[in-house]
Design a protein around this ligand. Sequence first.
Ligand code: PLP
Length: 244
Amino acid sequence: MSDYTFPYDAARKQLLTENLGQVRQRIRAACERVGRDPDEVVIVAVSKRKPLSDIEYLRESGQLEFGENYVQELCGKEEEISAPVHWHMIGHLQTNKVKYIVDRTVLIHSVDSLKLAKQIEKEAAKKNITAQILLQVNIAEEDTKFGLHDKKQLFDLITEISKLSHVKVRGLMTSAPFVANSEENRCYFRKLHKLFVDIQAKNVNNIDMNILSMGMTNDYEVAVEEGATMVRVGTAIFGARDYN
Ligand SMILES: *Cc1c(COP(=O)(O)O)cnc(C)c1O
């Protein structure tokens, strides 16, 4: 491609492509262990705090799904990228920022209140689109994390959102605790999967329950074994993030 405005770094591109290939291979192995079809699992490459060039390299290798946590960063990258990709908003979203991302993202993973859902409805209606969302569940009930805490809260929210015409619930999302041994998170993934199946069984009008977004670098294989259909992987693909 000739339209790059950054120096082309073949070694970096190769590294990213290999890393992604390894993640894909591990997902395939995890699926094999539990008799799942690997095509059911979508990898969202979490590119927060990583340069646009990294995203461009991966896109050339066929990766289209990218996750960002910060509205400003997502918008900046969306404006500058040379060819479109599918942006996922995975970070906490403030109501006053909804307008910036509602028509730039394929999926908002982090909806955890009716107030936020209603704001998404309002902005999506203005743009005449239907926003696709996941409901974020704080499955380990950690005080420090966003997300819905209990089943009743979740079911009530689903009922309310099902009445909104420009918002479509597509599934559930969670961020499990940071643990040394990923096996410690298996119980949480299992619990969320069970909730996911329970909601599917209810057949609520205007609600689809087919995306289960769980698993990050440290625990995505366990998440896949427990039924994740979408994993959000940053570090294993891009390397450690620089927070300075
Ligand atoms: C940063 C982040 C990820 C990716 O984390 P890694 O450990 O780097 O894979 C996934 N999901 C959310 C919500 C994140 O904030």
